[in-house]
Design a protein around this ligand. Structure first.
Ligand SMILES: [Zn+2]
Length: 483
């Protein structure tokens, strides 16, 4: 009995010794591994954690439970949540469970101060809208203050819809640039060249001097690219276009222009120049890799070949083209020819009338389908690419933005999947293109800065902007004797 008891005690102590060793072993393993993690873990500024990451990289990688880590204004890691969250210690974390994480949308063509003319004289031809209504309304109302408030309103609207980069063509573009930067948005901002006295510059000499100063001022800015923007071949002489292009070349800037947007423009060019608008731009030496050509509706096969060869970026604006009934751009053919085609809202006045790029994603696909009477003409994956990576290519910015990849700018958006129109989800691209809406965008990060969090704008004073826009509405009406 005694023996049995002492054997039992010995066995017990052996067992507790083994247990102690085993605990010690696990503690050591844990300490060592956490030291290892601490050694490997990088300090980052922000981790967006646990969403479905739609990278839009070359392989169109989707990470089901993924994270994106950001340091400064750039992406430093993208991948599975467990891996990224172990590797990166974020000063800030955004929980993205139940959301898509996408690269921010690129609105490749717009005139943002015109938000204040939204809904002024619709349902007219482009020619009448321009010459009877908008050019006179601009002459009476557009000044620097107008442009600043219009840009603030557009910033609020675009951030809400997940747009992180936009290309603009208007007047007082230096003020547009200041307001864009203040809102924390990325912009390719074009000062308009046009052959009549504009609201800001009354002569060609003033226009050139203003634009050169504007280009110099924003050189090297992390968010703003200044650009000359000759309006079109139907409002600018050959010399005006060439002067604008020379300035763009001197400062390595993009050149923004409306190209082949009207049948009349094409017919007039055939008559006056004996060639299409695209061929005319080639002839006068403007068709180059820095050109961003809005619309490109009337481009035949040789034009499309030329656009691809010269590396021109084209921007398709389906809402605008339908609303003004200007025609259907041959988007599938342009893409097949190797042209970079992005998406734009145009407008927002007279030809849209909003800045919601998600509508353009949806409409680009449907317009191509109906015009070809072929549901395979342009698919969801393609139109989502046009709003992101191809949009970046069209603006010649694909090395910086357009996809969620290490080294690119941290421009990303979270779209809620916790909405009646978001469930169930079988195909992520189809969901983005045809089911989700701009208003489902809940959080927006641009260059690492959170500019909207859970639908709350952080860089624009929205109530003040809405109030001022209503006031401007009244004074615009009064200026045109509409009251
Ligand atoms: Zn336009």
């Amino acid at each position: 009995m005694q023996n049995t008891l002492s054997a039992k005690i010995a066995k017990e102590s052996q067992r507790s010794q083994r247990k102690a060793w085993s605990v010690l072993w696990w503690v050591t393993v844990l300490l060592l591994s956490s030291a290892g993690i601490a050694q490997q873990a990088q300090d980052v500024d922000l981790v967006v954690s646990g969403g479905i990451v739609v990278t839009m990289d070359g392989e169109r990688t989707i990470v089901q439970d993924g994270s994106v880590a950001v340091r400064g204004d750039s992406i430093v890691a993208v991948g599975p949540r467990a891996e990224i969250d172990a590797r990166c210690k974020g000063a800030k974390t955004i929980d993205a469970h139940g959301a898509l994480i996408l690269p921010g949308f690129v609105n490749g063509h717009t005139h943002v101060p015109m938000t204040l003319f939204r809904g002024l004289h619709d349902d007219v031809t482009l020619h009448d809208w321009l010459y009877k209504y908008i050019f006179p309304a601009e002459a009476k109302n557009v000044n620097e203050d107008f442009v600043r408030w219009g840009t603030r309103l557009a910033a609020a609207e675009q951030i809400r819809a997940g747009v992180t980069t936009f290309a603009d063509m208007y007047y007082f573009e230096d003020a547009v640039a200041e307001e864009t930067k203040a809102a924390g948005m990325r912009g390719v901002l074009g000062e308009t060249f046009i052959d009549f006295p504009a609201p800001d510059n009354k002569t060609n000499a003033a226009m050139l001097a203003y634009t050169e100063k504007f280009l110099k001022r924003w050189q090297g800015d992390p968010l703003i690219q200044a650009a000359p923007a000759p309006h079109s071949i139907y409002t600018c002489s050959k010399k005006t276009i060439q002067d604008a292009a020379a300035l763009a070349n001197k400062y390595h800037a993009p050149l923004l222009m409306h190209v082949a947007e009207m049948k009349k423009e094409w017919e007039d060019s055939e008559k006056a120049n004996g060639m299409s608008p695209v061929q005319y731009l080639e002839k006068i030496g403007v068709l180059a890799p820095n050109l961003v050509a809005a619309h490109c509706i009337f481009v035949d096969e040789p034009d499309r070949k030329l656009l691809a060869e010269r590396g021109v970026g084209c921007v398709h604006n389906p809402s605008s083209n339908m609303m003004i009934a200007s025609g259907v751009a041959p988007v599938p053919e342009m893409r097949a020819a190797g042209v970079a085609v992005g998406l734009g809202t145009d407008g927002p006045a007279g030809s849209n009338n909003d800045l919601d790029l998600m509508e353009e994603i949806d409409l680009a696909a449907k317009l191509a389908k109906i015009s070809k009477m072929n549901p395979l003409a342009l698919g969801a994956k393609d139109v989502v690419a046009m709003a992101t990576i191809d949009g970046a290519r069209a603006l010649h910015m694909e090395k910086e933005i357009g996809s969620l990849e290490v080294g690119k700018k941290a421009d990303l958006i979270l779209i809620s999947l916790d909405e009646p129109n978001a469930v169930p989800m079988y195909d992520v691209y189809a969901q983005i293109a045809y089911s989700l809406k701009g208003s489902d965008v809940e959080t927006v990060v641009i260059g690492g800065r959170v500019v909207m969090r859970d639908h709350k704008l952080l860089t624009v004073d929205e109530p003040a902007v809405l109030e001022k826009a209503r006031e401007y509405g009244k004074s615009v009406k009064a200026s045109l004797g509409m009251e």
